[in-house]
Ligand binder design. Structure first.
Ligand code: CO
Length: 182
């Protein structure tokens, strides 16, 4: 069990398209640490590169809603279709104290694997669809600040610069193998 440092805006790993996971053996430990980290930060979703890991892996917990009755882990996710439109405010653990109205498709068809390697294609809507899109954006190097107009983004320039200034002192990229999180 370990609470990891969360990578903040300005760290280059948040701009990476993350690598597919091929070795699933390290996942149980990594996923457990990611859940500890997300709950500590009071988030509902977390992508692997937010804890410095270059892997297509994310976790989501929306059990406070009717949409899921257990925390979810998605490996090698890919949104294969989307439709509809909704606007909702989103925060991000990597951009503290910034909340933005983000327009996204309302429904998605999502292909992913579970940590045991099982393949799924499922349709999602509501908060879950939004959370998955937010995390899949992370895993493709995209952040909420990229999903708003340049005018809105400009209003946050100073705050973003401040976050980025502190970010460089923090987390370096981790390696999933070896003595990860020991
Ligand atoms: Co985020």
């Amino acid at each position: 069990m370990a609470v990891l440092d969360i990578v903040k805006y300005g760290n280059p790993i948040l701009r990476k398209a993350c690598k597919p996971v091929s070795d699933f053996s390290a996942l149980p430990r990594i996923v457990a640490d990611m859940f500890d980290t997300m709950y500590e930060a009071e988030g509902i979703g977390l992508a692997a590169n937010q804890v410095g890991l270059d892997m297509n892996l994310c976790i989501i917990d929306v059990t406070h809603t009717e949409e899921a009755d257990e925390p979810l882990t998605f490996v090698n996710g890919k949104i294969v279709d989307s439709w509809g439109e909704s606007i909702h405010s989103e925060g991000c653990l990597s951009i503290p104290e910034v909340e933005l109205e983000v327009k996204r498709p309302e429904f998605i068809r999502f292909r992913f694997q579970t940590p045991d390697g099982e393949e799924h294609v499922e349709e999602f809507g509501g908060l879950l669809a939004r959370a998955i899109q937010h995390e899949m954006d992370h895993l493709n190097g995209i952040m909420i600040i990229d999903r708003v107009s340049p005018l809105i983004k400009m209003q946050y320039n100073k705050q973003l610069k401040e976050i980025a200034k502190n970010a460089s002192r923090h987390v370096k990229e981790r390696k999933p193998q070896g003595n990860f999180a020991l």
